[in-house]
Design a protein around this ligand. Structure first.
Ligand code: HEC
Length: 206
């Protein structure tokens, strides 16, 4: 190879390699930083969801050998769509509310509410539709369904969970997006019938 050709070849290699090296320098640390943040959030979110009791309502209970236990194969997938419920028993004296055996459906003065599917399933959970990190945080801060529409009904403790810091709510969201999606269409809240002994829905006044 004469020296001109050698220089030409070297330049050609540089021309191809330079953008790659540049991209490596530019994107490497930023990407690494982002995935470190999301790994940290998923870990923290798992801890918060575990101690925050979300499974108590959002994971259906099944009968185990030692009594009722959360069915972790359906973790956080909400009220099972296969469970069709008869009308709830009428309230009696101070006994104003009843729960289904799965602990995922609740009848009371607010009508009938069903624990939502928090798994990232695209069609029935938080992995599609209107859901995003922003909507999730807004719902828990405002107590509005999807952050904008009707009031979120009891016994969802949004008023307490919504007091968490932005970073903690982002962590809960990151963890929920990381768990196995479960396809399960949860029924929407049913208002109590007009004039029913259950009374009016317990809608928080603005
Ligand atoms: C005591 C039962 C209970 C607990 C504990 C609970 N939830 Fe819920 N959750 C519900 C019910 C019931 C609904 C459905 C309410 C409705 O349809 O208005 C709901 C709905 C939701 C929704 C949907 C809100 C919307 O916009 O409609 C999200 C998100 C949610 N819960 C997250 C959580 C998280 C995260 C935790 C734990 C930190 C948690 N929940 C703990 C009962 C509970």
């Amino acid at each position: 190879m004469d020296s001109k050709l050698r220089t030409g070849a070297a330049l050609a290699i540089l021309a191809v390699a330079a953008p790659l090296i540049w991209a490596g320098v530019g994107a490497g640390p930023a990407k690494g930083g982002q995935s470190a943040v999301s790994a940290r959030r998923v870990e923290r979110g798992k801890y918060l969801v575990t101690i925050g009791g979300c499974n108590d309502c959002h994971t259906p209970f099944k009968m185990g050998s030692n009594g009722p236990e959360p069915d972790m194969a359906r973790m956080l997938s909400g009220h099972p769509e296969s469970m069709k419920l008869p009308p709830p028993p009428a309230p009696s004296g101070p006994w104003i509310a009843s729960f289904a055996g799965t602990l995922t459906a609740y009848a009371g003065p607010w009508g009938i509410s069903y624990a939502a599917n928090l798994t990232p399933d695209k069609n029935t959970g938080t992995g599609g539709g209107v859901w995003s990190e922003e909507v999730f945080i807004k719902a828990l801060r405002t107590g509005k369904h999807f952050g904008t529409s009707r009031p979120i009904q009891p016994p969802m403790p949004w008023n307490w969970i919504g007091k968490a810091t932005d970073e903690d709510l982002k962590s809960i969201w990151a963890y929920l997006q990381s768990i196995p999606p479960v396809s399960n269409h949860v029924p929407d809240w049913q208002e109590p019938p007009a004039g029913s002994p259950q009374g009016a829905p317990a809608a928080p006044k603005k």
